[in-house]
Design a protein around this ligand. Structure first.
Ligand code: ADP
Length: 257
């Protein structure tokens, strides 16, 4: 795989107590820099802005109000980018920030402009760091986009840049037949080739306290990838060095192919 999109969830970047997980971010920066130095073109889709914003403002619960979440995202986004900037620069890796909305695919000119930006950055060996533009993204009437859903955004980014592989890192080892946080006997799917009603049923509802997507949005992302004949791997991001193993083809997590 030459072009790789990596998506990290809030649960990988923020500790359950609300503090930024500097160790995970540092590891992630180290690993992604390694991939670039190995000749790969890497895009990072990073959640965590609202979580970082909550920490900066001193909130422990995610507020219900969308405008409050947007404000926290605005505060947290620059905080998050400054952490990335600092950590990536330790490894000599340059980054650029790209903020997108889910409807980018519906506007050919926007899509082309996004692609042009990605292409230039990637050719220069820069890692684009993508997040949803939460200030303008809110459209509660539009049911196919959801505020804060970077899982589907990462699949959209994959299709814009025509990535061969989407690596999605979460707080869980992969996709199970039921939620392993609720059922001790949940079984991991190693390989999924089709996403149908039964698959979606296993995904249940929302996930962690700070995350927003849960398994459902991850499966929708996988569905998009499969429709485009591309691969997705869902794996545990607790130790981001797992990406090295995944790229080598080690059977860790769930492979959607
Ligand atoms: P992230 O912040 O990494 O995007 P989320 O918290 O949004 O993560 O989603 C992951 C969570 O989805 C898991 O921790 C788990 O609680 C929940 N989940 C629900 N159903 C399943 C399932 N069938 N397999 C795995 N995880 C599931």
């Amino acid at each position: 795989a030459k072009r790789i999109v990596v998506k990290v969830g809030t649960s990988t970047l923020i500790h359950p107590n609300g503090k930024v997980n500097f160790h995970a971010i540092d590891q992630l920066c180290y690993v992604l820099t390694g991939l670039v130095n190995d000749g790969k073109q890497v895009v990072l889709v990073s959640s965590g802005a609202i979580g970082v914003g909550m920490g900066q403002v001193g909130l422990h619960e995610r507020p219900e109000s969308i405008p409050a979440q947007q404000a926290l995202a605005a505060i947290g986004q620059s905080g998050l980018m400054s952490v990335y900037q600092q950590r990536f620069s330790l490894y000599g890796q340059r980054i650029g920030q790209i903020l997108l909305t889910h409807d980018v695919l519906e506007y050919p000119l926007s899509r082309q402009n996004a692609l042009n930006t990605f292409n230039s950055l990637l050719e220069w060996g820069v890692i684009p760091i993508v997040n949803e533009n939460d200030t303008v993204a809110v459209d509660e009437m539009d049911h196919h986009t959801k505020f804060g859903d970077n899982d589907q955004l990462s699949a959209i980014v994959s299709s814009i840049v025509d990535a061969d592989l989407l690596v999605m890192l979460s707080d869980i080892d992969g996709f199970f037949d039921k939620n392993p946080h609720k059922y001790a006997d949940a079984k991991l799917f190693e390989r999924i080739t089709k996403i149908d009603e039964t698959t979606l049923e296993a995904a249940g509802g929302k996930g962690s306290k700070f995350g927003t997507g849960g398994m459902m949005t991850k499966l929708k992302a996988a569905k998009r990838m499969l429709e485009n004949d591309k691969m997705m791997i869902l794996a545990n991001g607790q130790d981001p060095a797992i990406i090295f193993e995944l790229i080598k083809g080690e059977p860790l997590g769930t492979l959607f192919v």
